[in-house]
Ligand binder design. Structure first.
Ligand code: SF4
Ligand code: SF4
Length: 324
């Protein structure tokens, strides 16, 4: 696989500083039941990295100590981590909003037969990848059978109340383009998704988030192989809007890897650009206060244009819509 980091580090990006920490995003491991082409984690069933119990405990201690408002759990397929459920329960008991970045097909894995009911009982917000409402497009990116499995997953969540008005169970979908292009308007695409998924499959959801593909890991390597890396970076840079800088997710989120080390975001985690102390040591979650992060400078490089191009991208979708 090609490493895009040396190319990205040559591209300057405006300086950014952190604000007060609101969201703790933990990547509990890179194992996944799928191995999608665009995956910025290069996750697959063969990855072995997994957050151990003592790091899960350190995460929970940090949440309690620092009164963190939101826990955003990602992977891989985060539900495969042995400590996923106890972390969800502990965080919910502390009154924390918990988000699960769910690939939907995990709901069909036999050992996870009760997962959907568990998420509903804990009132976990489900953020589900659904890169298109058309079967061919989804399967080209995510593999054979994934579209039908994803629809069944959405129907299962809907049957529990997810995405239904008044249930209090939030289900948001995530769209990313098929290749090296910017996402279309989030508002217009959300209307199309609602119409097609509703009419064809009876599926309901709360919001659609559109995200640009990050030129890192598997997708970045593929761009380099095809000679498209420079053109895609040009597109991102030329579409950059300063107005998006105020809302990029790294301003009030911190990303934690499976070993407990901190990064400004999950993308920096995948590029191995950690938060460092003076002298070069990595910073561990068990060894920091939230207030120490306030005002810290954020590690930026060329991939950051993936967050600020066009309508912008964050873990909550387009920034322009969010800012309006
Ligand atoms: S489902 Fe998500 S984490 Fe798993 S391989 Fe696909 S993009 Fe990566
Ligand atoms: S990739 Fe996006 S979220 Fe991460 S540091 Fe750059 S601007 Fe911030």
């Amino acid at each position: 696989m090609h490493d895009p980091r040396p190319l990205l580090e040559q591209i300057p990006f405006p300086a950014l500083r952190r604000r007060r920490l609101i969201t703790l995003q933990i990547n509990v491991g890179y194992r996944c039941n799928q191995s999608c082409v665009h995956c910025h984690v290069s996750a697959s069933p063969h990855r072995t990295e997994e957050m151990p119990g003592e790091v899960a405990d350190a995460v929970l201690a940090f949440i309690e100590r620092e009164r963190i408002a939101t826990l955003d759990i990602t992977g891989g397929a985060p539900e495969l981590n042995a400590h996923f459920r106890r972390m969800v329960i502990a965080a919910r008991d502390m009154g924390v909003k918990v988000m699960d970045r769910c690939n939907l097909t995990i709901l069909e894995v036999p050992e996870q037969a009760d997962l959907a009911a568990f998420l509903a009982a804990q009132q976990v917000v489900v953020i589900a990848s659904m890169p298109c409402y058309l079967e061919d497009n989804v399967e080209r990116q995510r593999g054979k059978g994934v579209f039908a499995g994803s629809i069944r997953g959405l129907q299962r969540l809907n049957a529990l109340g997810y995405g239904r008005e008044g249930s209090g169970l939030e289900l948001n979908l995530v769209y990313n383009p098929q290749g090296p292009s910017l996402p279309p308007s989030q508002e217009a695409l959300e209307a199309d998704y609602r119409r097609v998924l509703g009419e064809e499959y009876g599926v309901a959801f709360n919001n659609l988030f559109t995200l640009a593909n990050m030129p890192i890991q598997r997708f970045g390597s593929m761009l380099i192989s095809k000679g498209e890396f420079g053109r895609y970076l040009d597109l991102l840079q030329h579409s950059h809007l300063d107005a998006n800088l105020g809302n990029v997710m790294c301003r009030d989120l911190i990303s934690v890897d499976w070993r407990g080390y901190l990064y400004d975001c999950d993308f920096n985690q995948m590029l191995d650009m950690p938060l460092m102390r003076k002298g070069g040591a990595r910073i561990h979650i068990s060894d920091i206060r939230a207030e120490d992060l306030d005002g810290r400078s954020i590690r930026v490089a060329g991939h950051c244009f993936g967050c600020t191009a066009g309508q912008g991208s964050s873990c909550g979708g387009a920034l322009q819509d969010a800012a309006e």
